[in-house]
Each structure stands twice: as C-alpha cells, then as structure tokens.
Design a protein around this ligand. Structure first.
Ligand code: ADE
Length: 256
C-alpha cells in the first residue's frame, strides 16, 4: 500500500451514497478492507486519493481517519458528506464548509443539566479553555479562493416551490452520535452554538487529524433541516446533495 511522505488526500465518507460519485470517478482504483471498512486508493482528477466508507458515527470516523493517516499515508483528510441544517437561513442543498467543529454530545451532566465541554477533557480533571477545533486559516483562504466563482447546481427536486439557488457557506458544524430529528433540539443547538449544520462524524475526524498533525476540512451538503421531517428529507435528498458536496471536494483537491 502507499508509502508515507507522498502527497495523498484521504476522503472520508460515512455512507454508501456519499462515497458513490467519487468512487465512480476514481481511476486505477484498488480496494482494501480494514477494520470492516472499505478503502479505495486511486487517482481522482490526477490527484492521489484514498476514499474511505466508514459508516456512521464518531468512533467509525476516528477509526477510518486513523487508518487513512497511519496505514494509507494521507497527508490531508477531507470529509465529504451530508448534514442537517441548523441555521433557519439555510436550505436543503446548501453546502457548509466547517470553519469550526464541536462535539456537541461531549461534556458533563451538572446540577443545571448537560454542559458541552472540550473533547477529551472534563473541568474537574483536566480543564481546558475553549471549545472545538478551527479550520486552519491558510487552508480556509485557499478553499475560499478555489470556490470564489463556483456555482452549485439547483436541486432537481426543490425543497419548496420557488426555492433559491443553493449556496456555499463557511460556518460552525456540530458533531454528535445522534441523528437530529427534533425541532426543539435543532433550535437549541442553533441558539447555543450559532452553528450552521449538525452531523455525526466531522469533529471526531478533526480530532484524529489534529492529534496526528494532519490538515483536515469538513464539507457538508444539507440533506435535511434537522427538524421534524429530517428522517424523511434525508432519504429524499441524500443522493443528489451528496453528489454536490463531492463535486466541491473534487474542485478542492488541488488546494488541500
Ligand atoms: N446527517 C444528515 N442529517 C442529519 C441530522 N439531521 N442529524 C445528524 N446527522 C445528520
């Protein structure tokens, strides 16, 4: 398998639908199985990449990110997938590039309820100032430049009649081991974190990448709005929005 030191981008996906379009375009593909996950090494638009289909959740993302870096020699890792929108200004089909990620389900239960706290820390054992991980500023600048003239295609089935064209946003993305299908929870996550989207892997992948000193970025296309119809919408929009997120990943490979 690929040797260390060379430039090679790890692309992490949770679901079959998230990896499908990238896999269809992967050239010279070789497939490896590790920890029950599929890893596909090859070339995408001339760039050396390894695609991983990890399955859902933080532990799967951490296993796959570790393998991408340690076994498959990834020099940077990008998450390509879907998310639920938290910000009411966003629509299904919009894409959020995480400028900051937080594990919203990590923390402590205090007398006043659950308090989110930095991953790997507790205030009573090893206190930590700050919350989450930020996208590298230089990488953020290269991503913004690469996407300056990029236009997302309209969804073929729009969420509502007369919906505006999809947009790309930079913003905070929350990660936790829950699918959010609840309007009150959606509103609370938006209020408490000023976050744009919620998903189940990104911040765990970022934690692993930070531990290994490898650059990371999380790209999420909105498949639903994390409210009462999210369990229904995610199926309706998954294939199409996953593809539009993957197209952005293709555009970004040269700057990662
Ligand atoms: N991924 C896509 N939609 C999601 C949601 N509503 N909650 C968590 N992860 C998601």
């Amino acid at each position: 398998m690929p040797h260390a030191g060379a430039r090679r981008i790890g692309v992490l996906c949770a679901l079959e639908q998230e990896v499908a379009y990238l896999l269809d375009n992967l050239e010279h593909a070789e497939t490896f199985d590790a920890a029950g996950m599929a890893f596909h090494a090859g070339r995408l638009d001339g760039e050396a990449v390894v695609l991983a289909k990890a399955g859902m959740g933080k532990v799967n993302a951490a296993i796959a990110a570790t393998l991408l870096i340690e076994r498959f020699g990834a020099s940077a890792v990008v998450f390509s997938g879907v998310a639920g929108g938290l910000d009411p200004a966003l629509s299904v089909g919009d894409v959020v590039i995480a400028d900051h990620v937080v594990q919203h389900d990590h923390g402590y239960e205090g007398p006043g309820g659950f308090v989110v706290y930095q991953h790997g820390h507790q205030p009573f054992f090893n206190p930590f100032d700050g919350l989450g991980l930020a996208l590298d500023a230089a990488l953020a600048g290269r991503i913004a430049a690469a996407l300056a003239d990029y236009e997302l295609s309209p969804l073929s089935v729009t969420a509502e009649a007369g919906a505006r064209a999809p947009r790309i946003h930079f913003g905070r993305v929350l990660t936790g081991d829950q699918f959010i299908n609840n309007e009150d929870v959606r509103a609370a996550l938006f209020r408490d974190f000023d976050a744009r989207a919620v998903e189940m892997e990104g911040a765990a992948m970022a934690q692993v990448c930070a531990a290994f000193g490898v650059p990371w970025v999380v790209i999420r296309a909105l498949s639903d709005l994390a409210g009462h119809s999210s369990h229904f919408d995610v199926h309706r929009f998954l294939d199409e929005v996953a593809r539009s997120g993957a197209l952005i990943v293709r555009r970004l490979l040269p700057v990662l």
